[in-house]
Design a protein around this ligand. Structure first.
Ligand SMILES: Cc1cc2nc3c(=O)[nH]c(=O)nc-3n(C[C@H](O)[C@H](O)[C@H](O)COP(=O)(O)OP(=O)(O)OC[C@H]3O[C@@H](n4cnc5c(N)ncnc54)[C@H](O)[C@@H]3O)c2cc1C
Length: 599
């Protein structure tokens, strides 16, 4: 093996570099090249971005280091451990901009805090420096702060950047990209230009300028997920208001420059807040039913049973907490619940109706609410959500159950790997149903953000629409309404699509991916059933190796892909890995590296 290049040094590219180094056992020389115009840490975690945007994961649960049998864990610290051990020296030596502020953060951040996104960017810069200074003698690593413009794939690969480089293998870890606008987005954009309004298509909020929003002007935000919560922070900062705590409640003190935030989405409700963390690294929920042995028994056609049991895993965690203070024999109850019909067990143990787990109430909390009552219902939803999240992911029954659901990812990966879903089940039940439900229940904002939103609602600044939001350009402004209640409309000059661009093979604006498509190297990932083809948005790769499959259906032995361009193919492939955990992200990195080294 001679030369290997990694394109993109966001978290995935960095993890790949570490795996390339740690798994290399050959005595021959190995040259590793890494490219990213944004520098190590990449775009999402840029150390130059606004400090208002936070990570959504707590520091205790973020790492770039997979467990290593021979290296002391103190040399492979999690983000939290790094902040206390290596960060102060690194910041003093290498960080000029905002040095004092970063030093204060390193000293004050606690294990269960969500740090600024740019603070995680510092950890990533240190990570590559640390990797470089601990390289074995036969490995070199050169970082080029450059964009790779094109690749020519022959027996070897020519990398076209500022200069050309001839290498043996390339791993694409090019991450998130903006997209060409959809037809609807294009129409809204054109309308905005004609009427001198602002239309912001999906984009990383930290890269969006809010300068066009003048004092007292209203803003329509479409989407109530994680990007939306970034806008909550960025808009209030833009307006200059502050959040204060009074008698245990967070309140918003306006600056006087605020307009209204008109909020909505399909579901009409913000994602559930993440439970306050009480778990140490590695203290993840373990499957009680879906053991490896049980998963191996699944055959295509049994997805409904699999997902039902996956839900039962969360229910078990819930009942263990919820029934702890009752006269019910918990051990006996849980044994029965694992094996038998849930309702039979609940009836037999006389579990009162109000203590029973209710998926529908969590997944569709506003189902019974009339459209005209919906805006008034949202604050009670948020209050309840905050209360449940604050009970903590070990102490609170609902919080612990949702956290278990979040952590039980491996059964899903195993089902995918052993091809235990039919194509239809994979498309409709995993991607169409479980994935969005999982997102709404478990990938929400830190509690602080939900409290801020509640405070803005109380202050009359955040205004919610009923579900099924629609926005149209009418006369000289945008008009937002709910399709369930189109009598109530709100006008504004600014419309923000408060969500990230989806991974899209067809619409990506990443110039390298486009160039490789034009060369025929890249093809769309397709799921086919009932005579119909569905594009997931991901690039096409071989599942067992992550080698690229080209437009001729040929596997390219020397070109690999990993990370965000595979969203829609690899489940949950765009979050930071957790320490002391057989994290999927590490598994895939390992798989790629092993394939390369065994070739
Ligand atoms: C706004 C935002 C917030 C997020 N917040 C969280 C969070 O709080 N917690 C969490 O766990 N996850 C979060 N995520 C998920 C995120 O996907 C992952 O944490 C992680 O950033 C994915 O890593 P990546 O390396 O695949 O992609 P990226 O981080 O996108 O990095 C890819 C890099 O590739 C580079 N690149 C692209 N093309 C080329 C080229 N041609 N040549 C050279 N370099 C190139 C880019 O410059 C970029 O730096 C967030 C994502 C976004 C977009």
């Amino acid at each position: 093996m001679g030369k290997i290049a990694v394109v993109g040094t966001g978290p995935y590219g960095l993890i790949m570099l570490d795996h390339l180094v740690q798994k290399y056992t050959n005595a021959e020389e190995l040259e590793i090249l890494a490219f990213d115009p944004a520098g190590p840490g990449g775009q999402v975690w840029s150390t130059k971005q606004d400090g208002a945007v936070l990570m959504n994961s707590v520091m205790e649960h973020v790492t770039l280091f997979a467990e290593h049998p021979l290296i002391k864990s103190s040399e492979r610290p999690s983000l939290y451990e790094w902040s206390k051990q290596q960060a102060p020296d690194f910041i003093k030596q290498y960080v000029e901009e905002n040095q004092e502020e970063f030093l204060t953060q390193a000293a004050s951040l606690k294990r269960n805090d969500c740090c600024q996104r740019r603070f995680y960017g510092l950890y990533q810069q240190w990570f590559i420096l640390n990797l470089k200074s601990n390289l074995p003698e036969n490995i070199s690593l050169t970082f080029y702060q450059e964009e790779v413009e094109d690749l020519i794939v022959e027996e070897q690969i020519t990398i076209i950047a500022k200069e050309n480089h001839l290498v043996d293998r390339v791993i694409l870890a090019t991450g998130h990209a903006d997209n060409e606008l959809t037809e609807t987005e294009q129409q809204l954009q054109t309308f905005a230009k004609e009427q001198q309004l602002t239309y912001q298509p999906p984009k990383n909020p930290a890269k969006v300028s809010l300068e066009n929003i003048l004092p007292q002007e209203d803003v329509i935000l479409r989407g109530l997920g994680l990007s939306f919560f970034d806008y909550v922070a960025l808009l209030t900062k833009h307006w200059g208001g502050t959040f204060i705590e009074e008698a245990g409640e967070l309140l918003y003190q306006p600056s006087g420059k605020e307009g209204k935030m008109i909020l909505g989405s399909g579901r009409g409700l913000p994602y559930h807040a993440r439970p306050v963390n009480e778990k140490l690294a590695g203290e993840d929920a373990q499957p009680q039913i879906l053991t490896d042995e049980r998963i191996q028994q699944f055959q295509p056609g049994e997805a409904a049973e699999f997902f039902d049991l996956l839900k039962k895993e969360a229910e078990l965690v819930y009942y263990e907490k919820k029934l702890a203070d009752t006269s019910i024999d918990i051990a006996e109850f849980l044994t029965a619940y694992r094996k038998e019909d849930r309702n039979d067990v609940l009836d037999r143990f006389q579990v009162p109706e109000e203590l029973r787990w209710n998926w529908d109430a969590l997944v569709n909390p506003g189902k019974e609410v009339e459209a005209q009552d919906f805006p008034a219902f949202v604050p009670s939803y948020m209050d309840n959500d905050i209360k449940e999240a604050e009970k903590g992911n070990l102490s609170g029954a609902v919080a612990a159950a949702l956290d278990a659901m979040k952590e039980l990812q491996m059964p899903v990966h195993k089902m995918i790997d052993q091809r235990a879903f039919t194509a239809k089940e994979y498309w409709e039940e995993l991607w169409g149903d479980y994935d969005p439900t999982y997102g709404f229940l478990t990938v929400g904002p830190p509690v602080l953000r939900m409290k801020q939103l509640a405070a803005l609602t109380k202050a009359g600044i955040a205004i919610f629409l009923a579900p099924n939001m629609e926005v149209e350009g009418v006369e000289d402004c945008f008009v937002a309404f709910s399709k369930q209640n189109n009598q109530v409309t709100y006008k504004a000059k600014h419309l923000i699509e408060a969500r990230l661009p989806t991974t899209s093979y067809r619409r990506t604006l990443n110039p390298l991916i486009r160039a490789l498509k034009d060369r025929g190297y890249l093809a769309p990932d397709i799921v086919e059933f009932d005579g119909e083809k569905h594009e997931s948005g991901a690039l096409r790769v071989e599942r067992s190796t992550h080698r690229i499959i080209d437009q001729q259906n040929q596997t390219l032995d020397n070109l690999y892909c990993y990370g965000a361009p595979l969203a829609g193919f690899d489940w949950l492939n765009a979050s930071s890995p957790r320490p002391k955990n057989a994290d999927r992200i590490f598994q895939v990195a390992n798989q790629i590296v092993q394939t390369i080294y065994q070739q």
